[in-house]
Design a binder for this molecule. Sequence first.
Ligand code: CA
Length: 260
Amino acid sequence: MKILIVEDEEALAKGLKFNFEQEGFEVEMAGDGQSALSLFDTADPPFDLLILDLMLPGMSGYETCREIRKRDQFVAVLVLSARTLSEDRTMAFDCGADQYMSKPFALPELISRVRSLLERRRVMRPAEAAADVDAQPSKVSIGDNVQVDFDRFEVTVGDETTELTRMEMQLLRYFIEHADRVLSRAQIMGDVWADSGAMSNRSIDNFVMRLRRLIEPNPSEPRHIVSVRGTGYRFVASPDQDAGGDVESSTDDPADEATA
Ligand code: CA
């Protein structure tokens, strides 16, 4: 597994490099965003994960993250920053980061987060998944009218195609892979977004609302992403064949049911 450390504080970068090499990783360092991108573009084999500082000389960490995401939707990005405001976290996630850790940090926690990100990335990356017998196909249908393309991050309804963000796609994929099961918000948060500190129940509900607007024939009466009162959600691929259950099928304002 190959890691790129993007950090202008050289002592820190070298310390991280040393420690991750001890853990068996291959590690390269970049002191700014531009050289990170050059290394990223020429890496062979490609990097599996970036540890990215936000305050860098020249191009910011946010901008670097956006550029990386234009090139690769699946490489894992862990932001490691002295910035502790929740806006910084939110912005980092908006730029495509998978995880956010504040400095100062505990090395064992960083290493364990890197490992769990890489594990999840292995599950998410379609090219690798294709070689796996148990892999999900890269395209699935929801009901009669909705096609999801995991590789292209696209949802097509009738003849209209919409591009999803990485996080929307992760959530939709999670629902599809866990169809017909009641999923609590805590479970969704833990499984889809490892860094749950940045996600509130409300943000999950907001993601759900966006997905519903895309895939539900009538978003105010959802039939695919169904609310389960007091708990969370249940995904139903074919509502007409669904036996039902303890679901709330009336209007669906998350405010009714937010328990936290
Ligand atoms: Ca810095």
